[in-house]
Write a protein that binds this ligand. Structure first.
Ligand SMILES: Cc1cc2nc3c(=O)[nH]c(=O)nc-3n(C[C@H](O)[C@H](O)[C@H](O)COP(=O)(O)OP(=O)(O)OC[C@H]3O[C@@H](n4cnc5c(N)ncnc54)[C@H](O)[C@@H]3O)c2cc1C
Length: 382
């Protein structure tokens, strides 16, 4: 068993942490209030090589990170950058669009998209969810009708991270509803396609610094070479989802570390009844619970990343990680608010925002109930 980062991994972690501390700090409190995305921070990430960390140099990336290094980098971003919306946007593009492109894309598809995505020139979104198909992701109703030279897509998508700003969409549709999941296919669609309408940003509880939106596809024509992988290969994307969950969740582990450090400082410095509030057992135990959640989440995360680095299947482990981490982040965000008392409730102290942002994690990439379904079915119970 090995519980340490290698020298190279540690160096990369330190570099990303230093970059984020110096460059990804801004008036996120105000932007959360106005619901504004920061193009400046997005571009700084691209210039440093975040978007390109897992992309080969031939496609404009840095090829600097395997799964373990990606997790390490994302954890450091989560610890140093308080803009959870920006981090979700990065994750949504990197793992839900770039990774499928790298695995399933043709040379021409990769050449025409990845350099622009890595450089920050473009943003991309993965549109899967529909008004009538959320957890039942394989029940999607958007159709892709085959024509002599391509496909015509019709349908609606919703809750798509980054949609209002995206230049490129990876859209999942069914080519043959009778085949269920094996009848699905994904298509690369440019924003300027006349058959695609992108809605305005929808209001939401948290993660307000990244816009979400709807897509409407009406007789949306794409060439045959817009299809990513073969028909039915969408099912193969499932393995990729494990990686996605790992990396998205790494940012939350970083955020929990930052949250704990803030609470320790506050519990030691805030005085009531002539004593630091941390000397009261009720407060101290809350901080202890946050530490236990952080450590259990972190080691679950590292184990899943390690399994993926060895090309091992990690379906149940990833479901356990997704479930435990997303729920723990919510619980710790509640504890952080209680440690800060009334100030925790005030926007300017930047404590309550974590709770609003954390709630999103309970739903995306499979809700907590769906993770429990996966775990219990892997145990042969359900
Ligand atoms: C922050 C955030 C980012 C997102 N980003 C994207 C994105 O980029 N692209 C995209 O396509 N989608 C995105 N989504 C949508 C997300 O994937 C869906 O919200 C999610 O799949 C759940 O679907 P639903 O909201 O329709 O809920 P539903 O599926 O309608 O579920 C409602 C409730 O029923 C429960 N439930 C449903 N089925 C079962 C079952 N079989 N067993 C037990 N309980 C069940 C659920 O757990 C939930 O509690 C995002 C959502 C959020 C919150």
């Amino acid at each position: 068993m090995q519980f340490e980062w290698t020298e190279q991994q540690q160096q990369y972690r330190d570099q990303v942490a230093a970059f984020a501390r110096q460059n990804l700090v801004d008036d996120v409190c105000r932007r959360d209030h106005t619901g504004s995305f920061s193009q400046t921070l997005w571009q700084k990430c691209a210039d440093f090589g975040i978007q390109g960390m897992n992309v080969d140099a031939a496609y404009g990336g840095r090829a600097s990170a395997d799964i373990l290094m990606s997790v390490a980098a994302m954890e450091m971003l989560g610890a140093a950058c308080r803009d959870a919306g920006l981090l979700l946007a990065l994750n949504a593009q990197m793992w839900s669009v770039q990774l499928p492109l790298l695995r399933l894309g043709t040379e021409a598809q990769k050449q025409s998209t990845l350099p622009r995505l890595c450089s920050g020139q473009w943003k991309a979104a993965h549109a899967m969810t529909e008004p009538e198909a959320g957890s039942d992701a394989f029940g999607i109703q958007t159709t892709a009708r085959k024509t002599s030279d391509g496909y015509v897509l019709c349908g609606e998508k919703c809750m798509v991270t980054l949609a209002p700003l995206a230049d490129l969409f990876l859209v999942t549709a069914t080519v043959d509803p009778d085949k269920g999941r094996w009848g699905l296919a994904t298509f690369l669609i440019r924003r300027d396609n006349p058959g695609l309408k992108v809605g305005v940003a929808d209001a939401k509880m948290g993660l307000r610094t990244v816009p979400f939106g709807r897509l409407s596809l009406s007789e949306c024509c794409v060439a045959a070479d817009a299809r990513l992988g073969s028909e039915g290969e969408m099912a193969a994307l499932h393995g990729l989802l494990e990686v996605e969950r790992c990396c998205i969740l790494a940012c939350q582990v970083g955020a929990m570390q930052r949250q704990l450090e803030d609470c320790v400082v506050y519990a030691r410095s805030r005085r009531q009844f002539d004593r630091p509030i941390g000397s009261f057992q009720a407060v101290a135990h809350r901080v202890a619970n946050m530490k236990v959640r952080l450590e259990t989440c972190r080691w679950l995360l590292y184990r899943v990343a390690w399994l993926k680095s060895k090309n091992k299947s990690a379906l149940a482990e990833t479901a356990a990680l997704k479930l435990h981490l997303s729920e723990s982040f919510v619980d710790s965000s509640m504890d952080a608010m209680r440690v800060h008392g009334g100030r925790g409730y005030m926007a300017e102290y930047e404590v309550e925002r974590d709770l609003r942002d954390a709630m999103g994690g309970v739903f995306y990439a499979g809700t907590s109930d769906i993770q429990r379904n996966i775990i219990s079915s892997m145990l042969g119970v359900a």
